[in-house]
Design a protein around this ligand. Structure first.
Ligand SMILES: [Zn+2]
Ligand SMILES: [Zn+2]
Length: 260
């Protein structure tokens, strides 16, 4: 009995104390306003497909379902193979493609922030296998977690993948602040961060402010970065300079493989 209590307590303190993912993980950028593969259509928004884990997860859906499905087709991704959609936050450039994906596959489970309007939750519920509203950190499948809703004004969840190299954090727009997100993930999961990628939302920041964020992320020992989408060209350039070979290009059509 006591043993059980201790185990439950330990799993609460160290939620990722299990073995990290054993397969190679592929992260494909299927929607982005930043261009990478010229055969795909770049449009404002973000969507990233995570493959190689227990479930195939589409993180965010871009702004336009037609563009999303056409990009997926060009990358030979079948909507039928997606098990889970995670929506980071309410903005249309992250949620707009959801309905077209659900029309292609009604067996998907959608994880969305608890604060989403009931009307959106109900609409999704009618079109898919299940809708899970996330407020606190939650396990999505083996080795994959949501941070839960972070921030106050625009609430947002980020995706956390436990890999053999460390944690991978995928951010939609980072409205709660990219440094705050990384700090939260490090303190909650008690593991080093291997890669932070997605939108960092720094277009309105000047060089001094961007340098301060870079310094914070370096102090947090973030090994690799893939800033894109709403990060802003100047910030992306400064991140590229700071991380050098550990900077990941993340435009539309880019693929990141996490291999040991
Ligand atoms: Zn966005
Ligand atoms: Zn946004």
């Amino acid at each position: 009995m006591h043993k059980l209590i201790i185990l439950v307590f330990l799993s609460f303190l160290f939620p990722l104390n299990s073995l990290a993912a054993e397969k190679d993980i592929t992260l494909s950028i299927v929607y982005n306003n930043v261009i990478y593969d010229k055969n795909l259509t770049a449009a404002w928004g973000f969507s990233c497909l995570v493959e190689g884990l227990e479930k195939n997860i589409l993180f965010d859906t871009g702004g336009d379902g037609n563009i999303l499905l056409s990009n997926m087709k060009k990358l030979k991704v079948n909507a039928q193979d997606i098990n889970i959609v995670v929506l980071s936050h309410i903005h249309g450039d992250h949620t707009g493609g959801l309905w077209d994906v659900l029309e292609e596959n009604n067996q998907i489970i959608v994880y969305l922030p608890f604060s989403f309007p009931e009307s959106l939750k109900n609409r999704a519920y009618k079109m898919c296998k299940g809708v899970i509203s996330v407020d606190k950190p939650a396990e999505i499948c083996k080795e994959v977690w949501s941070t839960g809703e972070l921030g106050t004004w625009i609430k947002e969840q980020s995706l956390v993948i436990n890999t053999r190299k460390g944690l991978v954090i995928i951010s939609g727009c980072a409205h709660p602040g990219i440094v705050n997100i990384v700090k939260f993930v490090k303190s909650y999961f008690h593991k080093d961060v291997y890669l932070v990628m997605g939108g960092f939302h720094l277009t309105a920041y000047n060089d001094k402010q961007i340098e301060a964020i870079i310094k914070d992320l370096k102090e947090l020992k973030v090994e690799k970065v893939g800033p894109s989408h709403c990060t802003g060209e100047r910030a992306v350039e400064l991140f590229r300079q700071s991380w050098g070979k550990n900077f990941c290009e993340l435009g539309c059509g880019a693929k990141i493989k996490i291999v040991d």
